[in-house]
Design a protein around this ligand. Structure first.
Ligand code: UD1
Length: 429
């Protein structure tokens, strides 16, 4: 199993380019088979989750041609099956976006139920409720979500909970329904907007994405298009937190600063200097930061996907911070690992009470999931001494060239395949 060996205590300094957004790329890739013409996608992140979904599209019969590291051409005219194998769903939960795409185009889909995920229980009821409201006839048979109908028909749908996945799945299918669909209490995340823009580039008529009411007029057919995926706000936020935790000075480039507001506001509040440019943000953390409270919320609230990284920053800030997780109940697993590095954190239900410490100490820790893994890397970069971060395959699902980008900012980070026989705990600085 591969690990990162990190010697911490070095402030990160420099500039880094942010890749395309994984959570936009996955539904866009699924939606790209909804036309029989060629679709060209640019700014595709080169991460494991994207590679798995490209494999899944090939399995379904689509033609997939990688034209560069960050670009791909896809043609859905040769799709031979509407049944996705469990093997793919097991690897990435987001394969469930094929449900909306296949139903929209073929009015037929069979997608195995995604397994549990280690950030908490991830129900699928809102996807089913919305798709059934437009007549998809979706049900669960022997562990697979099966939907078949002659025609989808627009409907007025109220989402009980704000869900990114359900909003996108319903939006994809409804864009090929007969008549108008209105989704109320829709998710407003930038990736929802990006998927709507992509569908519109293929000929869909979707208005209001980015607000909580999305209006869709169904169309009969889609056509090919060229589309560039938006920058990854979570990758950008991760590097901003890495700058803050290591008392560094980092410019994240190729981003949309508006998407970063919740993170930027918190970093500013706790004492970082923030400079904003048209497509970049510079974070400078010249001195010890101070406590604050955080509560995760749907966009434009503080993103749950940034909670662990900000938790590490607060573990090093002076005073007591309270972090409340309101989206996924199991997102504090990283705090046990952080405690082993010297952090003082008490978790009670959905709240973590963090008493900031002066410094962390290197240790051997395991990534519990994608974002928590990135957070532990940040902790290791800020800690005195040497750390090993295990289970980095989680991190590679969503971060392109993570260790190379960090190394370019001055981090002492190496990928190792085996734990060295004798790890010498070196005191740095
Ligand atoms: C997406 C992101 C994930 C991010 C999350 C919240 C992808 C691939 N993943 O996940 O990184 O953390 O948004 O921003 O884009 N819920 C239901 N019923 C449903 C669906 C969801 O009750 O049918 C609940 C969930 O349990 C959760 C909340 O709704 O409490 C939000 O989940 P949702 O926005 O759907 O997350 P995902 O789309 O799975």
């Amino acid at each position: 199993m591969e690990q990162y060996l990190i010697r911490g205590g070095v402030p990160l300094v420099g500039e880094t380019d942010i890749s395309g957004m994984k959570n936009a790329a996955l539904p866009i890739l699924a939606a790209s088979i909804m036309t029989d013409e060629w679709v060209t996608l640019d700014n595709l992140p080169d991460v494991d989750d994207v590679r798995v979904l490209l494999e899944t599209l090939r399995y379904l019969g689509a033609r997939v041609e990688k034209t560069g590291r960050h670009s791909v051409k896809i043609c859905g005219s040769t799709i031979t099956t509407c049944k996705v194998e469990y093997e793919y769903i097991k690897k990435i939960r987001a394969s469930y976006y094929l449900l909306g795409a296949l139903l929209g185009k073929y009015k037929n889909a069979a997608v195995p139920l995604p397994g549990g995920c280690n950030i908490g229980s991830r129900p699928i009821d809102l996807h089913l409720k919305g798709l059934n409201a437009i007549g998809a006839n979706v049900g669960i048979r022997y562990g697979t979500i099966v939907g078949k109908c002659d025609q989808l028909t627009g409907a007025h749908i109220f989402m009980d909970t704000v869900s990114v996945g359900a909003t996108i799945n319903i939006m994809m299918a409804a864009s090929r329904a007969d008549g108008r669909t209105i989704i109320e209490n829709a998710a407003k995340e930038p990736h929802v907007v990006d998927v709507a823009n992509f569908l519109n580039s293929m000929g869909a008529e979707i208005r209001g994405a980015g607000t909580d009411v999305i209006r869709i007029r169904g169309v009969k057919n889609f056509h090919g298009c060229n589309y560039t995926i938006v920058p990854d706000m979570i990758e950008a936020g991760t590097f901003m937190c890495a700058a803050a935790a290591t008392k560094g000075d980092v410019m994240v480039r190729n981003i949309i600063p508006k998407h970063m507001e919740a993170v930027t506001a918190k970093l500013y509040e706790i004492g970082c200097e923030i400079e904003e440019f048209d497509d970049a943000i510079r974070v400078v953390a010249p001195r010890r930061l101070t406590r604050t409270h955080i509560k995760t919320n749907p966009y434009p609230g503080f993103p749950t996907d940034m909670q662990p990284q900000m938790g590490v920053v607060l573990a090093l800030a002076s005073g007591t911070s309270v972090v409340t997780e309101s989206i996924f109940e199991n997102r504090f697993k990283y705090t046990d690992e952080l405690t082993r590095m010297g952090a003082q954190i008490k978790v009670e239900g959905t709240t973590a009470i963090i008493d900031g410490v002066e410094g962390l100490m290197g240790a051997e820790v395991s990534s519990p999931d994608l974002r928590a893994g990135a957070a532990l890397v940040i902790a290791a970069l800020a800690a005195e001494g040497t750390s090993i971060v295990d289970d980095i395959s989680f991190i590679e699902r969503g971060y392109e060239d993570f260790e190379q980008k960090l190394a370019l900012l001055g981090a002492d980070i190496h990928r190792i395949t085996q734990r060295p026989d004798r790890l010498r705990m070196t005191k740095i600085g």
